[in-house]
Design a protein around this ligand. Sequence first.
Ligand code: CUA
Length: 335
Amino acid sequence: MSTVGGLLLSAAVAAAAEGVQTPSIFKAVSTPALAIREIAWFVLGITAVIFVLVAGFALYAMIRYRRRPGAPDGEPPQVYGSARIELAWTVVPFLIVVVLFLVTARYIYGIERRVQPPGALEVTVVGNQWWWEIRYPKLGIVTANELHLPVSDAARPTPTFITLQSADVIHSFWVPQLAGKMDVIPNKTNRVWIEPHVPGTYVGQCAEYCGLQHALMLLLVVVHPRDEFERWAAAQRGPAREVSAARAGRELFASLACINCHTVRGTPANGVFGPDLTHLMSRRTLGAGAARNTRENLRAWVDDPALFKPGALMPAMRLSREDLDQLTAYLVTLE
Ligand code: CUA
């Protein structure tokens, strides 16, 4: 158990060390998230005033009317009913709720009204137990657990329009610094759009309980400068690398059940139930944030994913040490 704890901890530490920011809605860097931060401050402001008033009156009453030595025993005189006061504490909160409702409705409408401009990037994100499939239908890219986007600046506004689908149960797509939450529902297509203005790596998390490993359903969003994104896309579009030294491992991979669930483009592996492995080593983590994507972790993952992620749908492969070494040697060539 301590090994698993150590590995998980090192994954978390590594992610923190590699410049991933704390996912706070107050550190918004993208258009809909900026609007959400605005309304969050507005609501917090109103509720803060209410809190100060209510707590202030309560404190005042406690101190002003505290029990003093020599005061007469028994109940103080009781006051019953005051139409004026009751009306005030019904009407005022009602008006506050109406204001909050109208302002919220205006923001939601403003965000959802946006139509997709011609230059927008289109991405389909599919929630799976417990990982994210990321497809770029127009670019011919399929990857997992890492959403790469170009930054959107005034010179070339590039919002990203995301289509959300689920392969199994209800998940929720949430990258606090980029946009609000959106449920990911089987047999229903939801949409969100984001327009990040600052390059960087942002962390998202499934925000709807979806089973045992709901907590390990992380999503990294990497916002690149434009030319860097083009390079990333070009590398992802290419077929899998064929390294002659890893030939034995490649043949082993093709002979195992791996290919029923995983795709490696340019090979017989074309399964669709698990993450596409064509460019596996370009990704930072294994198992949607369960561990850092290193050779050692990869080998341990193939041997038994439950070491990092109990309940993961990938079975333990139970290979011999030699086969495991060969398979790992092949997988690490998939850059
Ligand atoms: Cu997917 Cu929680």
